[in-house]
Design a protein around this ligand. Structure first.
Ligand code: ZN
Length: 133
């Protein structure tokens, strides 16, 4: 059985309605080593997929990776070499903290500020939850 078949079989065993909603796939980074730097090639696409400002995402990643870097033509250049796996883990963490609704798990959210507290406001179910990072 090849992977496609396995996937198909797996889906058949899961109730239909799991797939009827939009399921959000956390995107993965496409990285490239450039000397002693690491370039996230699809950075702009990642920010677009999360529906967040590039600067917001880059600030988080740089802080989490403990390095400096800059955005250049839609790519994020990190000082230092990093494994794609560890960058992807940070992207998952970002999605869970700043994008996915804690109630319904959808990505249709925006960050709002109320009385100095950042909240994640969900367009889909109306939930608001404080952002804890
Ligand atoms: Zn929600």
């Amino acid at each position: 059985m090849d992977y496609e078949e396995m996937l198909k079989k797996g889906r058949e065993e899961i109730p239909e309605d799991v797939f009827s909603g939009e399921r959000f796939e956390i995107p993965e980074a496409e990285t490239q080593k450039d000397g002693n730097k690491t370039v996230i090639r699809n950075f702009r696409t990642l920010a677009d997929t999360f529906n967040r400002e590039e600067k917001h995402l880059s600030k988080f990643l740089l802080k989490e990776m403990g390095t400096a870097g800059h955005i250049e033509d839609g790519e994020l250049v990190l000082n230092g070499t990093f494994r794609r796996g560890s960058i992807n883990r940070k992207l998952t963490q970002y999605a869970e903290t700043f994008v996915l609704c804690t109630e319904c798990n959808r990505p249709d959210t925006e960050i709002v500020k109320e009385k100095g507290v950042e909240l994640l406001k969900c367009e889909a179910c109306g939930a608001r939850s404080p952002i804890e990072d």
